[in-house]
Structures are given as C-alpha cells and as structure tokens.
Write a protein that binds this ligand. Structure first.
Ligand SMILES: Nc1ncnc2c1ncn2[C@@H]1O[C@H](COP(=O)(O)OP(=O)(O)OP(=O)(O)O)[C@@H](O)[C@H]1O
Length: 268
C-alpha cells in the first residue's frame, strides 16, 4: 500500500532513552492527520522517522514501500517534507526567495520550473510582500510560513508540520487552513503535530494520540474527544466547545462548533 507505514517501531536516542515503543500505524497519500499528546510523549521523534531524519531502532518505517533504513534522508525527504517546530533550525538563506529556491536548485530543476514553483508557493503562503527580505528581519510567526513555502516548493507527496499554529494569530491560522485545503485537493498528505485542540477539531479528519512513548488512540476527532480516559491519559485539553459542553453537563457531549450552534438554535 502506498503511504507511510510504521510497523512495530521503537526508537532510542544515543543516550539509551527510548522515546517510541512498538508503534504501528499507516497514513495514506492525501490524508490529513493530527498527532497530539502530552509534552514528551514522543510525537516529534515519530515524526522525524517519517522523513528519515531518524531511523527506527527496532521495527520498520516504509514510505511508499521504501524502507527508510535502506535510503538516505535526502532520498526520503524528496517524498516527505518536514517543517521544523523552530523555523530558525531550518532557514539558512539570506532572502525569502533564495530559501524557497534552494531545494529546487539542489534538485537541478530548470529555471522556469524553479520560478513557477517559487511564485506559486509565495502566493499560497501570502509571502509575496516579503520575498526579497532577509527571513531574520521578519517576525518569527511569518518565518514559519517561509519554512512551509520552502518545503512545498519541493512538491513532496507527504508533509509533516511540527506545531504550525504556535504563536500564529487568527488571520494566519486562516491562511494555514487554506493551505491545508489546497494540499488536500492536490492529494498531498499533511501530518501535523499540535497542542491546539480547536485547530484539530475543526481541521482534521483523523487524530493519532500519543502518550508515554505509545499510540493510545487513532480515530476521528469526534471518537477521540468523547473518550474521557484517552483525554486524561494523554493530558490533552478538550476543544473549547467540548469543554463548555462538559461544564454544562449536557447529556451528550458536543465537540464541534457547528453542533453547538445547532443545539443552541434548537433550544431557543
Ligand atoms: N536528543 C535526545 N536525546 C535524548 N532524549 C531525547 C532527545 N530528544 C528528545 N528526547 C526525549 O524523548 C522524549 C520524546 O521527545 P519528543 O520531542 O519526541 O516528544 P514530543 O511528544 O514531541 O514533545 P513536545 O510536545 O514537548 O514537543 C522526551 O522525553 C525527550 O526529552
């Protein structure tokens, strides 16, 4: 099956600390998946195995049938683009445009293709006004969009985004949602690590929940947030609407904004 497949994967850091233990799941092309869970649960470690930055200590990670252990990180990264949590760990060019063009140049694409990809991702990420600026002269939150644009310019089949909403205002979260919709229409999978439960509930079809090195749940937002023991074990918060419905002690918990609107309409 095409996709990213984890088969009984464990990962230990060189100091011997095991961060992932016996993890199995698969993500299909075009899927939109949020990975959530307590700090230190092992989300970033698992995500870094998706694009070959880390190789499993035990078990197998397959990307479109390729075993990541048999490939270089550069080979896997052509299929799986990784947007780092901290943009400053990713950016190293002196203009936004040169940062975006770097990987297409590395792939020896022709200049027309590089130009057209760069224009397309600048437009998609709404960075046209910053294209000639030094990334370090723009705000941290916008810098994150530079890293997203640079990854999308490589046209990966799968993308992994670590904490994209951290520090973003309402407008930029809207831009993120627009980008996600465009990618979904193009069949590009997006895997997001996030602590933003409202973003998760409104934007994702599937959630993988991690706690203490393991995957403890995998399902729709509705199915996951209705399970109190999972929410507790993973030390996650409910989306705001779920929290309000709980405080109202409704017979049936409500998770989504649209369902709360319907509920309130029917009461009035
Ligand atoms: N280089 C490293 N060497 C040793 N241990 C590490 C290393 N990097 C991470 N860890 C440990 O591995 C565990 C999992 O870390 P990871 O970053 O994968 O968690 P996470 O779920 O992404 O957390 P957060 O939500 O805080 O980003 C943590 O206990 C962390 O301290």
């Amino acid at each position: 099956m095409a996709g990213i497949e984890f088969k009984n994967v464990s990962f230990s850091y060189p100091n011997g600390f095991t961060a992932n233990e016996q993890i199995s799941f698969s993500i299909r092309p075009g899927e939109r998946v949020a990975i959530i869970g307590q700090n230190g649960a092992g989300k970033t470690t698992a995500a870094k195995m998706m694009n070959g930055l880390y190789k499993p200590t035990l078990g197998t990670v397959l990307v479109d049938h390729m075993n990541t252990k048999d490939k270089t990180t550069a080979q896997i990264a052509r299929l799986v683009g990784y947007v780092f949590q901290n943009p400053d760990e990713q950016i190293f060019n002196t203009t936004v445009t040169s940062e975006i063009e770097y990987m297409p140049r590395y792939f020896h694409l022709n200049s027309e293709e590089i130009k057209s990809r760069t224009q397309a991702v600048l437009a998609l990420t709404e960075l046209e006004d910053c294209k000639d600026m030094n990334p370090f002269d723009i705000s941290y939150s916008i810098r994150k969009f530079v890293t997203i644009a640079a990854v999308l310019a490589t046209k990966p089949r799968y993308t992994v985004w670590d904490e994209p909403t951290a520090g973003q205002d309402y407008k930029r979260i809207g831009i993120l949602k627009k980008i996600l919709n465009v990618l979904q229409a193009e069949g590009v999978a997006v895997i997001v690590i996030t602590h933003d439960m409202d973003f998760v509930a409104e934007t994702f079809d599937r959630i993988i929940v991690m706690a203490n090195k393991h995957v403890i749940a995998d399902g729709t937002p509705d199915a996951v947030f209705r399970q109190d023991h999972i929410v507790r074990e993973a030390s996650i918060s409910q989306p705001q609407i779920g929290d309000i419905s709980r405080r109202l002690q409704l017979d049936e918990p409500i998770i989504f904004r649209k369902d709360m609107v319907e509920f309130l309409k029917n009461r009035s």
